[in-house]
Structure formats: structure tokens, C-alpha cells
Design a binder for this molecule. Structure first.
Ligand SMILES: [Zn+2]
Length: 570
């Protein structure tokens, strides 16, 4: 009886612990990864540091890799640690499954404390789109989305979210549940954003002639060829990791090196690579005018699958080199050159500004309307993201979708693009350019840093704007014209008084357009959230119709923005 009780206790303590997969943040990676393209293999060894960010001490840690990789060893304090390997279904990897090691740590790790582990793992990374085909996507399209693989001809592997080729730990993500993957991955990215990650990639060239290029998306990416040793290696330093998905490509590339751009391409696509270089050269003066001279080069590497979906991380763009229209290429290059010219560790600034610059370039190419149309490509994403978010937030207003904290691309790309555009409309080009040129990545310690730069140049109070759009996610505005009264001010002039009401919670400065026979006049008005504001507009003829918002402010409802003016009183 007594023995049974003891056994029972042992049994419980061994197997019924509640594993908290997200207890640990991985603060440091130092990995050496050997790639064998002929075998589609990689093998890795190195150290990782895990910090217990949960409130309770942890005796176990979960370490996850792609299911096509296998754990070989896990050590702590120089001694092998016990671990149980299991498959764990999750869509953060292209195979839809992870190799999870549940490690028994040498000692219980207290809240806030760290443990260093020495690890080894290996396996293959082959083309695999299981996570997409099992939710019904046709294989032919799925492989153009999940194109990652190591292979003799060309290798391209993206990080967690596509291929878990370095250890992570998160709860299961499920692509058939709306928002699940982005939520799980987003939470991981936020936790990992300050991690220090150093990865040395290497391979031993087997053939005669020029060995294949090996490139990663780290800022400081160098390749060494040790003479006689027959090893090619790339030092990839992601410190801090930010929201990057550590990725690498390896293929027999030719290289075009221009002032703005390095293009790694297949020999037969020389002309297409040259078009990229020409497009970058054409947009360089525009980017320099806004952001100053670039100190780094953008990097483009060709994906061999002509149908592959392009992917960008940091300064690297992975894309098939198609026969693209030069005008479209220029817009794409504005994005890449913006990254090269302007660094920020804040995704809403780094990515948002790059999308904003593309819209601004569209304006220069054509006009404001074309720019707003381009920006409009982001509007559905913003509206959907706000809707999903609003439907899920029964709790008090969450701050995790604020631009300063979000890991959601719809927010830090699409919504941020609009925020930069609205700021530019409010401040004007000159003040905006001055504020941007004063930005220093190493001084951006506080979220309000950017606000203060903008305020210093514009002499305007922007606290309310940053509160509504950047520091908190207050949703979107919803403008409508509450009333408009026109009167004849003089012989040839009318004065129309327009009251705009904002039914939404976020404020904005919005253009109000008064249309009359043969023309229109536009004036801007600042309308705070759940508030009204009045603007007076002079017109040479009787006003007929008023339209609030030209599309430059994202809105939850655009169907109520037009107002017919009653016949003007004489
Ligand atoms: Zn980008």
C-alpha cells in the first residue's frame, strides 16, 4: 500500500507536469550549421540560452525543430541531459509538424533565470507543403508558397514560420483556425525580438570551378573561402533578431554589383538582373532626397522556381527574376532602397516607411490619385485586421496590436503605411523629410522618440495622433458630413460651413472636398475620435456635393462620406 502510494507520486511527478511551452525565451543562439546540398541535409551544433520568463520555476523545457530534423544531443553543464522526443503537430513549419524534445533541465530554473544548453541536431530539408495541402490547397500552388528546400541545384530556406531550422518553443499553430498561425508566431517574434543570434553556415564544395554562393539575410553577411581548406562559410549575425526570419540561399549565382544593389541571379537571366539594377538606379535619387544617402546595399537573390512567391527579410529580397514591367520594378526597388537607407528596429517604422515610400513614389510617377490607389491595396488588410481584432477583444482594450507592439504584418505594414502617409499630409514634405533625416536608430529607445522628432519639425502637438494610431490600437475613424450650410458671401463667392462627425474611436486630419459646377475646393480638418469639427470653405459657385476623405485616411465605413448640399440660400 505504502509502496503503491510512493510509486503513484513518482508517476505523477514524472509524467503529469503541465508543460508550459512558452515559459522560456531564447535569448542567445550561437550555432554552426553544415549544409550538404547533395543530400539535402544540414547538421547543426552550438549553444542556446533560455530565460525563464514565466512566473513559476521550470524543470522542463520544450525545444522544437522541423519534423524533418532529429535531435542528436542536448547537454547542460557539459553533461548529457535526458530528453523525450515526440512529434508535435504545428503549422509554424512547412511539414506541419515539429520534432519536439522535452528536456529535463539539470536544475529547476527560477523565474527570470537562464540556462545554457549545448545542442546538436541534423536532418533533411526537402520541398514539403503538407501544411497547405492538408487544408485543401492544390499541390501545384502550395509548392510555390512553401518553396523552401536544400537541394543540389539551389537552396532557399526561410526561418520559423516556414522552416524551423533552428530551435524554437511555442504552442501549436493551426492554419485552419483563422489568425492562429500569425498569433502564435507573432507572440514568439515579439519575445525573440531582442535575442542575439549568430549562425555560421558552411559547406564543403565538391565540384571543380566556382563554388556556389551562400548568402543569408543578416546585416553583416560575409562569405569566406579558405584556400586549401575547401570550406565556404557565411557569418550571419542577427543581433538583435527583430522580426527577421533568419534565412539563407545557396546556388550557383552570377552577381551584378551596382551602387545601390547586389543581384544574385542565374546566368541566363542576366538581362532581367540588369533591369533590377536599372530600376534601382532610377529611383535612387528619390529615396536619397527623402531619406539621405544609403549606407548599405539592398540585396536581391533569385529563386529558381519562376512561380515562387517573393519573400523579404531585412535587406534581402528573394524573388524569381521575371520579365517585369520596369515601372513596377521601380516601385519594388523603392521598398528595398528605403530599407537600405533607413534602419530601425521598430517594424512599423522599418516596413511601414518602405510601403509609404512606394506610395509616395507612385505620386511622383503619376499623381496623388494613383498614390492613393496604391495605398488602397492595403486598405482591405487594415480593415480585416481591425475587424478580427475587434471581434476577439472582449477584454479591456489590449495594447498588443498597437503599432509599437504588434507582430501582425497587416498592422506594421499596411496600417503603418497609412500612418506615415497621414503624417506626411499633416506635416508637409519638408518637415517630414527633416524629421526623418534626424532619426537615429541608436537613439530610438522610447516609443515617443519619433513623435518628438515630428513635433520638433512641425511645431504641432501630435500626442493625440500617436495615441490613437501608434501607441494604442483604437480602431479606425468613420467620418460623415453631419451638416453643410452654404450662403452667398459676396457677389461671386459662396461660403459653405461643413460639420464633419467622426463616429469612430480614432481621430485624424481628413480632407473635405466641396464640389461645384466645373470644379472643387479642398480643405483639411482635424476630427478627433467620437467628435465633431467644423470647417468653412469658400467656393466661386454654389456648392453641390461634399465628400469627406479622399482615401488617405483608412476608415471603417466609406459608404457614408458623400453629402448633397441643399440649394444654396440667396
Ligand atoms: Zn520590407
Amino acid at each position: 500500500m505504502k509502496l503503491a502510494a510512493v510509486l503513484w507520486v513518482v508517476f505523477i511527478s514524472q509524467f503529469s507536469f503541465a508543460l508550459d511551452r512558452e515559459a522560456f525565451t531564447f535569448t542567445k543562439y550561437d550555432l554552426h550549421v553544415q549544409i550538404e546540398p547533395d543530400q539535402q541535409r544540414l547538421s547543426a551544433r552550438g549553444t542556446i540560452v533560455l530565460r525563464n520568463d514565466s512566473k513559476t520555476p521550470q524543470k522542463n523545457a520544450a525545444l522544437q525543430l522541423s519534423s524533418s530534423l532529429t535531435w542528436r544531443s542536448i547537454q547542460g553543464d557539459g553533461k548529457p541531459l535526458q530528453f523525450v522526443s515526440q512529434n508535435y503537430t504545428s503549422d509554424v513549419d512547412h511539414t506541419g509538424e515539429l520534432s519536439e524534445a522535452i528536456v529535463t533541465l539539470p536544475i529547476e530554473v527560477g523565474s527570470g533565470n537562464s540556462v545554457e544548453l549545448t545542442i546538436g541536431y541534423e536532418g533533411t530539408i526537402a520541398l514539403d507543403s503538407t501544411r497547405l495541402t492538408r487544408i485543401g490547397m492544390a499541390k501545384e500552388s502550395a509548392v510555390h508558397t512553401d518553396w523552401d528546400q536544400i537541394s543540389r541545384r539551389s537552396s532557399a530556406v526561410r526561418g520559423a514560420g516556414n522552416v524551423v531550422w533552428y530551435p524554437v518553443a511555442m504552442d501549436a499553430a493551426n492554419l485552419s483556425e483563422e489568425g492562429s498561425l500569425f498569433q502564435i508566431l507573432g507572440r514568439w517574434k515579439v519575445r525573440e525580438s531582442t535575442a542575439v543570434m549568430r549562425i555560421t553556415l558552411r559547406y564543403s564544395p565538391t565540384n571543380e570551378g566556382k563554388p556556389p554562393d551562400l548568402i543569408c539575410d543578416a546585416d553583416d553577411n560575409r562569405m569566406f573561402e579558405a584556400a586549401g581548406v575547401q570550406i565556404v562559410s557565411a557569418e550571419c549575425d542577427f543581433s538583435p533578431l527583430g522580426f527577421q526570419a533568419p534565412s539563407f540561399v545557396m546556388a550557383d549565382y552570377a552577381v551584378l554589383d551596382s551602387q545601390q544593389l547586389e543581384v544574385f541571379y542565374r546566368e541566363e537571366h542576366k538581362e532581367r538582373a540588369e533591369k533590377f539594377v536599372q530600376a534601382a538606379a532610377a529611383v535612387a535619387p528619390f529615396v536619397t532626397d527623402w531619406l539621405g544617402a544609403s549606407r548599405r546595399k539592398a540585396l536581391v537573390a533569385e529563386l529558381f522556381d519562376p512561380g515562387a512567391a517573393p519573400f523579404e527579410s531585412g535587406l534581402m529580397l528573394l524573388t524569381p527574376l521575371g520579365d517585369t514591367d520596369p515601372k513596377l520594378l521601380q516601385i519594388a526597388m523603392v521598398h528595398e532602397l528605403t530599407h537600405a537607407a533607413f534602419s530601425s528596429d521598430r517594424p512599423w517604422i522599418f516596413e511601414g516607411l518602405a510601403h509609404f515610400m512606394q506610395a509616395t513614389y507612385r505620386e511622383q510617377q503619376q499623381n496623388r490619385e494613383a498614390a492613393l490607389e496604391f495605398l488602397g491595396l492595403h486598405s482591405a488588410a487594415v480593415m480585416d485586421a481591425e475587424k478580427i481584432h475587434a471581434s476577439k477583444s472582449n477584454e479591456p482594450a489590449p495594447t498588443d496590436q498597437s503599432l509599437v507592439a504588434t507582430a501582425n504584418e497587416e498592422f506594421y505594414r499596411s496600417k503603418a503605411a497609412y500612418v506615415w502617409w497621414m503624417l506626411r499630409d499633416m506635416l508637409g514634405d519638408e518637415a517630414m523629410k527633416k524629421a526623418l533625416s534626424a532619426y537615429r536608430v541608436d537613439q530610438d529607445k522610447d516609443p515617443s522618440y519619433t513623435q518628438h522628432l515630428m513635433e520638433a519639425q512641425s511645431k504641432r502637438d501630435l500626442q493625440w495622433f500617436f495615441d490613437d494610431w501608434v501607441y494604442y490600437d483604437r480602431g479606425l475613424p468613420d467620418f460623415h458630413v453631419e451638416s453643410a450650410f452654404a450662403r452667398k458671401a459676396s457677389q461671386d463667392n459662396f461660403l459653405v460651413t461643413v460639420t464633419v462627425e467622426n463616429l469612430g474611436p480614432a481621430g485624424a486630419e481628413v480632407p473635405v472636398k466641396v464640389q461645384f459646377e466645373g470644379g472643387e475646393m479642398t480643405q483639411r480638418v482635424e476630427v478627433r475620435g467620437k467628435a465633431k469639427a467644423t470647417v468653412r470653405v469658400g467656393t466661386p459657385k454654389a456648392p453641390k456635393q461634399i465628400v469627406v476623405n479622399d482615401g488617405s485616411v483608412p476608415e471603417s465605413d466609406l459608404s457614408n462620406n458623400t453629402f448633397k448640399v441643399a440649394a444654396a440660400a440667396q
